[in-house]
Design a protein around this ligand. Structure first.
Ligand code: HEC
Ligand code: HEC
Ligand code: HEC
Ligand code: HEC
Ligand code: HEC
Ligand code: HEC
Ligand code: HEC
Ligand code: HEC
Ligand code: HEC
Ligand code: HEC
Ligand code: HEC
Ligand code: HEC
Length: 279
């Protein structure tokens, strides 16, 4: 059994050993210093390096970034500074206004409500916000629809333009005038924002005319008169509903004295689509 005095001497010696050991070492582990690692400032991360973690932003820019395909940090001058305790998200995000003016005028200052993703700036989704704003930027189309009233005037822009920039086919909503009429023909007579103002060039339209004016077409086809070789659009030229003067083609068919007395050609020739024989 150890004496009380020799026990306290033993503890004192232990404390001495321990304290001299701590005085010589600041850490309980050994990690060598590498000051050369800190000699130069780091190079800025490239977009490829950011993309190792932020694939979404990178791929957005890669596929549909357009003119926004420059350095991430061209916009993100501050990064990794968001702190939920400070609720500073909006503060650390880039601002459109630091590089752009109110490009579309004072009624479209809320950029992000249409350009919802700055990494795909030209992708503008068809939202109620956009659908209500077409005329802000396309005043001419709106004005045309109003100036030439038709049933299209009351069709909302986004019912035809279902996504921004999309131009619909007439066949999405209409059938052709006759079977096999090609869709390319429609625009040769109809301008979509004033569809009732039908105009056309050339003469090769009998089949279309016949789809509505079947009786006249049939009469003209059967007539013995040489008008059966004349196309509808040769007489009814350029504009739907145009009625020609006979003298546009027949300069001076009879002596002036007769025509002065009987100015109405059809008074004698009766039916232009089925001229009776005058012999
Ligand atoms: C033209 C400016 C611009 C460029 C270039 C840009 N960003 Fe952004 N970025 C923004 C804006 C503005 C926001 C804020 C969007 C919001 O408020 O939702 C944002 C948000 C972010 C966010 C947070 C929201 C999210 O989508 O997760 C990340 C991450 C991000 N950007 C990464 C990048 C990376 C990586 C690059 C480069 C590959 C990059 N950005 C290039 C403007 C830009
Ligand atoms: C090693 C992975 C990694 C790299 C590299 C990286 N980030 Fe981040 N970043 C994160 C993480 C994690 C968050 C927080 C979670 C989140 O928002 O996705 C974040 C958040 C962000 C945010 C939103 C929050 C904030 O505080 O800004 C932006 C913007 C951002 N990073 C941009 C960048 C840009 C630009 C680069 C390149 C210069 C980059 N990051 C490089 C991992 C990374
Ligand atoms: C750091 C500057 C910067 C910031 C911030 C910025 N942009 Fe841009 N943006 C540009 C530049 C530069 C162009 C190209 C301009 C040119 O070529 O005339 C551009 C072009 C665009 C384009 C046309 C893209 C194309 O490919 O034609 C849109 C749309 C756009 N920006 C919207 C925005 C919106 C919305 C924001 C805010 C969310 C924003 N930008 C933030 C610099 C910026
Ligand atoms: C009501 C919706 C809307 C709002 C709000 C809006 N934009 Fe746009 N912006 C568009 C549409 C749609 C386009 C055409 C996109 C395309 O080319 O298909 C466009 C195009 C652009 C272009 C390219 C212009 C060009 O002539 O090629 C820039 C730059 C732009 N917007 C910046 C902004 C900025 C900055 C703001 C905020 C001040 C903003 N936009 C607000 C819908 C909007
Ligand atoms: C903030 C302005 C803005 C708004 C709002 C806007 N557009 Fe546009 N739109 C543009 C710009 C800019 C272009 C590209 C012009 C170009 O490429 O010549 C464009 C292009 C188009 C095109 C294609 C033009 C072509 O010749 O190919 C159509 C169609 C169109 N817009 C319809 C609409 C409709 C419909 C709406 C409403 C739902 C709308 N836009 C709202 C600015 C706008
Ligand atoms: C009944 C369907 C329809 C409606 C309604 C309609 N559009 Fe169009 N729009 C079209 C078609 C089809 C084209 C393509 C015309 C072409 O290529 O000749 C077009 C073309 C356009 C273009 C491209 C320029 C051009 O004239 O080719 C713009 C811009 C446009 N429309 C805007 C509008 C706006 C704004 C509205 C509403 C005020 C609207 N449209 C209503 C069908 C429609
Ligand atoms: C999104 C559907 C839609 C598209 C696409 C569309 N229209 Fe229409 N159009 C209508 C509706 C709806 C009416 C009204 C029909 C009714 O009341 O019977 C109409 C009516 C018309 C009328 C008669 C106008 C009037 O006032 O009597 C013409 C002509 C017409 N469309 C031509 C066209 C042509 C040509 C195209 C292609 C360039 C086209 N439409 C594309 C929906 C459409
Ligand atoms: C040769 C000219 C011409 C061509 C080509 C043409 N149309 Fe028409 N369309 C007309 C005329 C004329 C009307 C009658 C206008 C009126 O009643 O004032 C009309 C009327 C319409 C109407 C109104 C409804 C009706 O039947 O009265 C629609 C819809 C229409 N066209 C769609 C089309 C489509 C779709 C095409 C393409 C496949 C097309 N049109 C090609 C001349 C043409
Ligand atoms: C979709 C049906 C339709 C088509 C296709 C059509 N028309 Fe008509 N057309 C009408 C209707 C309906 C009227 C009478 C109402 C009106 O004046 O708009 C009419 C009236 C006319 C008139 C008489 C105008 C007046 O002042 O009395 C002429 C001439 C005419 N059409 C010629 C043509 C010719 C030529 C074509 C082919 C290029 C054609 N139409 C194609 C439906 C059509
Ligand atoms: C677009 C030109 C054009 C118009 C307009 C026109 N015609 Fe003709 N007409 C002709 C042609 C072509 C012939 C055949 C001449 C030939 O073969 O030498 C013809 C022949 C005739 C003939 C000879 C009889 C026959 O059977 O060949 C008479 C009569 C005639 N037209 C009367 C009229 C009258 C009346 C009008 C007005 C109501 C009229 N035409 C309008 C082009 C036209
Ligand atoms: C030789 C010239 C000529 C040709 C060819 C011709 N028309 Fe006419 N058409 C006229 C003239 C002139 C009138 C006016 C007659 C009147 O005042 O009674 C007219 C009147 C009409 C009318 C309105 C009056 C009515 O009778 O309903 C329609 C519709 C019409 N033409 C359709 C056609 C169609 C469809 C064709 C082709 C199948 C055609 N026309 C070929 C000269 C022509
Ligand atoms: C008073 C009745 C009368 C009037 C009015 C009249 N015609 Fe005639 N027209 C005739 C008779 C009868 C013939 C047939 C006899 C002949 O061959 O000379 C004829 C023949 C024609 C011929 C055929 C000539 C040929 O060489 O084959 C043409 C073309 C013609 N008329 C056009 C017109 C035009 C255009 C008008 C109006 C400017 C018109 N006519 C007014 C009675 C008339």
């Amino acid at each position: 059994m150890m004496k009380k005095s020799s026990l306290s001497l033993f503890i004192a010696a232990l404390i001495l050993v321990a304290s001299t050991a701590f005085a010589g070492k600041m850490a309980t582990v050994d990690i060598p210093e590498k000051p050369e690692m800190y000699a130069t400032a780091p190079a800025a991360l490239t977009p490829q390096q950011c993309a190792q973690c932020h694939t979404g932003a990178f791929n957005g820019l890669k596929n549909a970034g357009g003119k926004h395909r420059f350095d991430c940090q061209g916009c993100h001058t501050v990064i990794h500074a968001y702190n939920p305790k400070k609720a500073n998200y909006d503060e650390v995000m880039p601002k459109c206004a630091s590089c752009h003016t109110d490009i579309h005028g004072p009624t479209a200052k809320d950029c992000a409500s249409c350009h919802s993703n700055p990494h795909t700036p030209r992708k503008v989704a068809m939202t109620p916000r956009l659908a209500g704003a077409c005329a802000t930027c396309h005043a001419a189309e709106k004005a045309e629809l109003v100036k030439f009233p038709s049933k299209h005037t009351n069709v909302s822009c986004d019912r035809c333009h279902t996504s921004h920039g999309y131009k619909p086919s007439c066949f999405m909503c209409h059938r052709p005038h006759y079977k096999d009429q090609p869709v390319e023909a429609c625009a040769k007579c109809h301008s979509v924002h004033k569809p009732k103002m039908v105009t056309y060039q050339g003469t090769d339209w009998n089949q279309t005319c016949a789809s509505c004016h079947g009786k006249i077409a049939e009469k003209l086809r059967k007539t013995a008169s040489r008008h059966n070789k004349v196309a509808c659009a040769s007489c009814h030229k350029s504009k739907h509903g145009y009625i020609p003067q006979c003298t546009e083609c027949h300069k001076a068919p009879h002596p002036k004295t007769i025509l002065d007395r009987f100015p109405n050609c059809l008074g004698c020739h009766l039916d232009v689509h089925d001229l009776p024989s005058m012999k």
